[in-house]
Each structure stands twice: as structure tokens, then as C-alpha cells.
Design a protein around this ligand. Structure first.
Ligand SMILES: C[S@@+](CC[C@H](N)C(=O)[O-])C[C@H]1O[C@@H](n2cnc3c(N)ncnc32)[C@H](O)[C@@H]1O
Length: 263
């Protein structure tokens, strides 16, 4: 369904729904206090806020985990206030989480890392008899590219990462690896032409956008490998089950992959 044809509620970003739910919760608690409908007791008001915010989030068709977040948010806020922790710790935690997750609220792609078994499986997809160019979309701390760059010194590995903290960690870890280049920025900005393999480990949210760009720009021989998240409605050229504890599944696509036929 084209985005403009979707119902308004489904088009609202998750963050806007969360802000609306929280604002509605606090407004109801303030109203209850102002009209005398609720006693001036912090725990009563906070529970009222939490229940109202959760109900509004459900009415806005927020995903299920948001309901748990709204239910716990205000009570945990009050509990934290009661603990009397110095404000600097909150500021520090906020700054650290911002540096790690950066635009996750917009991209809906958090940080989690590929493991060594996955890097081995991806290495198996590279041609063994000639140098290859590999791009990691959102290279995080370099968990995929570092082992690959060591395994294949004849190949060139490029990573693009938007969040400053993982990027900094990856730059430190990549010292001494001349075949690994890391850049900071949005991986949708540069062209994806000229690569033999493009790797993504993202989330279900950007997969359609990833496929649209890949199909336009990736070369004839290039494969797009998506860890865990299939491209909706597109039949992969291959599926690889990695022998690891989290049962990693790699979906492999090329330019010729077509939409799945629905029965
Ligand atoms: C799940 S992690 C995967 C990290 C790494 N590829 C790996 O496999 O270990 C996804 C990363 O993509 C980054 N990311 C998400 N959207 C991005 C974008 N549009 N441009 C650059 N990086 C992005 C996130 O900041 C996050 O660090």
C-alpha cells in the first residue's frame, strides 16, 4: 500500500505516538489533581498517568512493547527520583545512550552485532580467486568487517555507520588493517555501485528502502546479504542458516530476484 493511502494512525511515527501518549497521561493526571478527582498523592497520580498513557498508546495502535514502556515509565521515574541519584548521572547515561543509538528513534535500527560464525558464512560467499569489494550498511563496531578484513587481506572492506560511539570503537579496532575503510554517515547517501557484496543487519523497518536502492544501483554480479531480516515480498536467491547459538539466517538477494507469487 502506498504510504499516502495508509490510515493516519499507521503513518504516525512511533516516537510521535509515544509523545502523544505520555502527554495525554500527564494531562489526565493534572486534570484529576486540579479537579480533586484524585488525591494529591504522588503514587496515585503516577499510576493514573501510566494507565492513561498506556490506554492512549493502545488506542493509537502502538506496537506491543510500547505499552509495557508506558506502563513502567512514570512509576520508574518516581522511583528514580526517590533514590536521590545526582542529576549528572542521568545526563551522563543520556549522553552515552545518545552516542550509541544516535538516530535509532528515526531509523528504527538499534545496535546489535554480527558474530564470528556469521562473518565466516559471509566470507564463504566471496569469490575465492579474485579480490572483492564489500560494503557493510551500518557497520556498528566493526564486528562483521574486522574478521573479514583479517580473513581476506586481498579484498577491500568498507563500512558506513551513523552513530558516533560505535563508529569510534570501530575506528580504534580497525587500526593496522589497510584493507578496511570506515566512514561516518548515512549509508543511503552514497552509491552502492561497484561492490561485490553488500551486507545489512538492520531491522524490518528499512528493508524495502534498502531493496529499492540495491535494485537500482548494485551491479550485475553483486549480492545483497541481509542478516535476519528478509525483504518483504521478494524471493531470495538463497537462504543460509548459520550454525550459531542464535540460529542466524542470512537472506541472499541479487538484481534478478523478483516479487514472490502469492497463492
Ligand atoms: C544492527 S547494527 C549492525 C552492526 C554491524 N553491521 C554488525 O553486523 O555487527 C546496525 C547499525 O546500523 C546503523 N545504522 C542504521 N541506519 C543507518 C543509516 N541510515 N546509515 C548509517 N548507519 C545506520 C546503526 O547505528 C547500527 O549501528
Amino acid at each position: 500500500m502506498p504510504p499516502a493511502a495508509m490510515p493516519l494512525l499507521d503513518r504516525l511515527p512511533a516516537t510521535v505516538k509515544a509523545l502523544l501518549a505520555q502527554a495525554a497521561g500527564w494531562a489526565l493526571a493534572a486534570l484529576a489533581l486540579g479537579t480533586g478527582a484524585a488525591p494529591a498523592l504522588a503514587w496515585v497520580l503516577v499510576l493514573l498517568q501510566a494507565l492513561a498513557a498506556t490506554a492512549v498508546a493502545a488506542a493509537l495502535r502502538s506496537e506491543r512493547w510500547w505499552l509495557a514502556i508506558h506502563l513502567g515509565f512514570a512509576p520508574l521515574l518516581l522511583l528514580a527520583l526517590r533514590l536521590g541519584i545526582a542529576p549528572g548521572w542521568y545526563l551522563g547515561a543520556f549522553a552515552l545512550l545518545t552516542a550509541i543509538y544516535w538516530t535509532t528513534f528515526r531509523t528504527r535500527v538499534p545496535l546489535y552485532l554480527s558474530n564470528h560464525a556469521t562473518a565466516q558464512a559471509v566470507a564463504g560467499l566471496l569469490a575465492q580467486d579474485r579480490p572483492q569489494r564489500v560494503l557493510d550498511l551500518g557497520s556498528g563496531t566493526g564486528s562483521l568487517l574486522l574478521p573479514l578484513a583479517r580473513l581476506r587481506p586481498d579484498c577491500e572492506f568498507i563500512g558506513m555507520e551513523t552513530a558516533p560511539a560505535p563508529y569510534l570503537v570501530s575506528r580504534i579496532r580497525a587500526r593496522g588493517l589497510p584493507n578496511l575503510r570506515l566512514a561516518r554517515g548515512d549509508f543511503f547517501a552514497p552509491s552502492w555501485a561497484g561492490y561485490d557484496l553488500i551486507y545489512s543487519f538492520l531491522s524490518p523497518v528499512p528493508m524495502k528502502q534498502v531493496w529499492d536502492k540495491a535494485r537500482r544501483e548494485m551491479g550485475e554480479q553483486c549480492v545483497l546479504v541481509s542478516n535476519s531480516f528478509a525483504i518483504p515480498g521478494v524471493e531470495p536467491a538463497a537462504i543460509i542458516d548459520v550454525d550459531d547459538a542464535r540460529s542466524t539466517r542470512l537472506y541472499v538477494y541479487n538484481r534478478h530476484c523478483r516479487a514472490e507469487h502469492s497463492n
